[in-house]
Design a binder for this molecule. Structure first.
Ligand code: NAP
Length: 525
């Protein structure tokens, strides 16, 4: 029997009593570990986190909490090689993919540790300047942020077990809210290993960080009005959480980070032979194949001007063919892309490609390929090669078209030819019903400025690329802690990270109203 990964609740490791759920290596299908869900009530763990964890955390000032985040980042960085190995085995990650997840988590911790230094040592953050409540009044109003007195329930997706858990934890702990973190089961080994390292190194006060393995059990039935639920995962599960009767009745705060049909828009002036053209192709290859396309920020729709369709298509397919020939066992250094994380994901991906094929033609890749993966026996593992489809012209602007409605969580994208007009691009992007990120490429400043106004309402983040900065550009799917992560509509309507703004999810904004001098004295200015 494989090792069991237990939950850590109420200050001790606790074995679940549900049936064993295996965690596999998706390249070899070998079982690595298993988890058992806790079938009893989680009421006391939730209460313990709120009371013990909340009180212990709020005893510390922002500076001390920031110092803990710094320590967490150091502990993880020191164990980086071991953690990469876990991600390669259980996540199907190449070494590069694993670093993206683990270093991404460390970077968020380090960023919020740094930010803590500017927050002062009051138990609140002053959010703005005191303002007269009306002209010539002696009374002022000013807003402060104070940590909520509840539990932050973090439910994470399978694709970023490190960054997902640590990104949420960094912000929550700095804000002063204790956490109960639930990793997605299929890839939970990495989150579990990181948690154990942090616990053993005394990185957080008692009660302020609990780990729940397996299913969520009756967690949502325990939610109270001061709690925050931060969920990352599919739209369906997210909506179920948001509309859960106890969650609705309690008025708990809910932040959803869900599906996204991220679009890239290639401007009409981007020509073959330029650095900007090369950047388009380089970014597309990364955003289709990194983590085998299992990224919420991966590119799912590519709007290409009809005039440059041939050149972009040719360059992209050539580069993807190289990746297809180097798809296989992620522990092999030659391999550029590993498998999907489970057979379920593979089945979903194949079914998803079949759905997209109703409105688009496959122009690259075979979703049913079962052999020729590097270092893998034919028929073994959860592999799929990069797939590119091209939309049928009559479907590009059709709101019902599958590529505007169905996220295939795999290395799969669809090319959408358009006329090069920004207005046309904006109306096509909008059909995705809200996304995490879009990227636009052009040297035409007016065209780019129009993109901000026209695409902005449908996005959480817009990456603007031109020839001048092509060299310095960073891959658009990479989420930096200073920038907002989240998107409207289908993407869940959530907002995470974004520097200081991220803290507000876990804090209550209170208007303090009183005499000018009194406010200044009370707020310690
Ligand atoms: P998922 O199936 O929705 O699961 C997400 C999490 O919810 C897992 O921890 C899962 O636990 C848990 N869960 C499932 N049913 C639940 C319930 N009834 N009550 C409470 N929790 C429940 O998503 P996934 O397959 O892990 O992740 C892929 C999806 O996540 C994709 O659609 C992707 O777009 C999205 N995603 C979005 C972002 C973003 O930032 N917007 C980032 C990453 C991924 P178990 O694993 O134990 O079932």
């Amino acid at each position: 029997m494989s090792a069991q990964l237990d939950s850590y609740l109420e200050g001790s490791w606790q074995s679940g009593d549900g049936s064993a759920r295996p965690l596999i290596n998706p390249a070899t299908e070998q079982e690595l570990a298993h988890v058992r869900s806790i079938t009893g009530s989680l009421a006391s763990a939730v209460a313990w986190g709120r009371e013990v964890g909340g009180a212990n955390l709020r005893k510390l000032g922002f500076g001390e909490r920031g110092a803990l985040l710094k320590q967490m980042a150091q502990v993880i960085h020191e164990a980086r090689e071991e953690l990469i190995d876990v991600a390669v085995q259980n996540g199907g990650n190449t070494r590069k993919d694993a670093k993206f997840d683990i270093d991404g988590g460390t970077a968020v911790l380090a960023h919020y540790a740094y930010l803590a230094k500017s927050l002062g040592e009051q138990p609140w953050i002053v959010a703005d300047e005191a303002t007269e409540v009306f002209r010539s009044s002696k009374i002022r109003a000013e807003h402060v942020l104070v940590p909520r007195h509840g539990l932050a329930i973090h439910i994470n997706a399978f694709n970023f077990p490190a960054w997902g858990m640590l990104g949420k934890a960094a912000v929550s702990l700095l804000a002063g809210m204790p956490i109960l973190s639930k990793p997605a089961t299929s890839t939970a080994w990495l989150a579990h290993r990181i948690f154990r390292l942090l616990l053993d190194a005394n990185c957080f006060p008692e009660g302020s960080f609990q780990l729940l393995m397996g299913s969520a059990g009756d967690l949502l039935d325990q939610v109270g009005p001061q709690d925050v639920i931060a969920f990352t995962g599919s739209q369906g599960v997210g909506n179920g959480i948001k509309t859960h009767p106890r969650v609705v009745a309690s008025g708990a705060r809910v932040n959803l980070e869900a599906d996204s049909l991220n679009a890239v828009v290639v401007g009409p002036d981007v020509e073959s032979g330029t650095e900007l053209f090369d950047l388009v192709i380089r970014d597309l290859v990364v955003e289709i194949t990194q983590k085998a396309g299992q990224k919420c920020t991966a590119t799912r729709r590519v709007l290409v001007p009809e005039a440059t369709l041939e050149s972009i298509r040719e360059a992209l397919l050539e580069r993807l063919a190289e990746v297809a020939s180097k798809t296989g066992d992620p522990s092999n250094d030659e391999v550029r892309m590993g498998p999907l994380t489970s057979k379920d994901q593979l089945d979903d991906a194949r079914a998803g490609v079949a759905t997209l094929s109703k409105d688009a033609e496959i122009i690259h890749g075979d979703p049913d390929r079962r052999d020729g993966f590097v270092g893998i026996e034919p028929g073994t593992g959860c592999f799929i090669e990069p797939i590119v489809l091209q939309a049928r012209p009559d479907k590009v602007g059709d709101p019902q078209a599958s590529f505007h409605n169905h996220e295939v969580f795999a290395p799969v994208t669809t090319l959408l030819p358009y006329d090069g007009q920004l207005a046309s691009a904006a109306s096509i992007v909008a059909l995705g019903s809200g996304s995490l990120v879009s990227t636009v490429y052009s040297d035409d400043r007016e065209w780019l400025a129009a993109a901000i106004a026209e695409l902005g309402p449908y996005l959480g983040r817009l990456v603007v690329n031109n020839e001048k900065f092509a060299n310095a550009s960073l891959s658009p799917g990479c989420v930096f802690p200073v920038a907002n992560h989240g998107g409207p509509g289908r993407a869940g309507g959530g907002e995470e990270l974004g520097g200081m703004h991220g803290l507000s999810l876990y804090m209550q904004r209170v208007a303090i109203q009183g005499g000018a001098s009194q406010l200044a004295r009370l707020l310690g200015k």
